[in-house]
Design a protein. Structure first.
Length: 409
């Protein structure tokens, strides 16, 4: 069943990979920078920084500081010989597929196979993921990197004494930093969780010191990369500043703003079952002692603390998109797409487990059949939304305004 869920996700990601009719301004900039890097090497980066900084009109677009995905796009261009957005979309599609595999691993390692199957099935048909997997944006790269950080955070939570787990986490954090500025939130949430583990669980100042030192080193590495690419510190920090402020433009204010509850409503529009069950899963993760038991038997999960990591990442990014100005679009929560589906899977599994314990076998079979039909309907509905709202409209962004306008909601 897990293999079928993975196959479904791969098939849906490939179904509309080659029919993008237009590219967004962000995609054009990423593609141009990647092509320059592929053709001229790292020596072209100071010129790209200088070109970006020289014209204030450029500051509403993506900055050369978002280098991580550009590096991957350039690598794909070198391998394929292409110099257009197809190289970027290939990277996005590949990393989106790898996200499915990593989610399957997280689900089976820290929860149980049933939660893994449910989570992968929901992510397979996620409207946001399907929309991003066919585009040359940086969001899938950022999302996959954040998912790696979540996995490593769960591993360290399980075994804080394993020093070999820390360097990969810090490396992923540094890479995320030079991929998108909001990685500060994703990386920070993971580190806040681990700081709590070191303080409350381990009661070890030594391990807390490892964590603090690694964070400082990874931060320094990210800044050094920007400085090396730009050629001088002032130019690098100025580009970072303008990139951070780029979301305040007129386009974002018109199409990506609104009352805070509009973003949760958007999640409901593009996946109602997932949205409701994620709330149930979040509640279960908060009240673990009442709803989640540790173990490897039926009705148990291997490490309940991993549910807390998933809830922190998901609620952090949904809150960020809801309350921070001009961020109400689906791309912004790419770091939490996997954990969002994982919470929904925990919610579905928890309710089914409750029904199994409290009802007779024939009645439970009926409940299970209804659940299977509801999940199937969610997958079909999500894919219908993706094809009719995102694909057929030629939507270049996935903003609240754009999706609600096309859906008439």
């Amino acid at each position: 069943m897990l293999t079928l869920a993975l196959g479904l996700g791969i098939a849906l990601r490939l179904s509309h990979l080659t029919d993008v009719t237009s590219r967004s301004p962000d995609e054009k900039v990423y593609t141009f920078n990647a092509a320059q890097l592929a053709d001229k090497g790292f020596g072209v980066m100071p010129a790209l920084f200088a070109q970006y900084e020289s014209n204030p009109g450029n500051w509403i677009y993506v900055s050369p500081t978002r280098f991580g995905n550009v590096l991957l796009f350039a690598g794909a261009m070198k391998l394929s010989g292409a110099r257009d957005a197809r190289a970027g979309e290939a990277v996005s599609c590949l990393l989106s597929i790898l996200s499915l595999g990593l989610l399957a691993w997280i689900g089976t390692r820290f929860f149980n196979p049933w939660i893994a199957i449910l989570a992968v099935t929901l992510l397979a048909a996620s409207v946001g993921e399907l929309g991003m997997a066919r585009r040359a944006w940086q969001d899938i790269t950022f999302g996959f990197t954040s998912q790696v950080m979540v996995w490593l955070t769960c591993e360290i939570t399980r075994n804080p004494a394993n020093k070999w787990l820390y360097p990969p986490l810090f490396a992923a954090g540094a890479f995320a930093l030079v991929t998108k500025e909001s990685s500060v939130l994703a990386y920070g949430l993971c580190l806040i969780w681990l700081a709590g583990v070191m303080w409350l669980q381990e009661r070890s100042w030594e391990k807390f010191g490892w964590l603090l030192a690694g964070w400082l080193i990874s931060l320094a590495v990210g800044v050094d990369v920007w400085v090396l690419l730009a050629g001088n510190t002032k130019l690098a920090l100025s580009a970072v500043n303008h990139s951070v402020r780029s979301g305040g433009g007129a386009w974002a204010q018109q199409y990506c703003s609104g009352p805070w509850y509009q973003f949760p409503y958007l999640l409901w529009l593009v996946g109602p079952l997932t949205a409701v069950m994620a709330l149930v899963g979040a509640a279960a993760s908060v009240f673990q002692r009442r709803f989640i038991s540790a173990g490897n038997g039926v009705g148990q999960i291997l490490d309940p603390r991993a549910a807390g990591v998933a809830a922190l990442m998901t609620l952090g990014f949904v809150g960020f998109a809801s309350f921070y100005p001009n961020l109400q679009y689906l791309r912004i929560i790419s770091p939490a797409d996997a954990t969002y589906c994982l919470l929904a899977a925990i919610g579905i599994w928890g309710l089914l487990e409750f029904a199994r314990r409290k009802t007779s076998t024939p009645l439970f079979r009926g409940v299970l059949a209804v659940a299977v039909l509801a999940i199937a309907a969610e997958v079909v509905s999500n894919y219908f939304t993706f094809t009719n709202v995102i694909v057929r409209s030629g939507m270049e962004e996935m903003s609240v305004w754009g999706i609600r306008t096309v859906m008439g909601r």
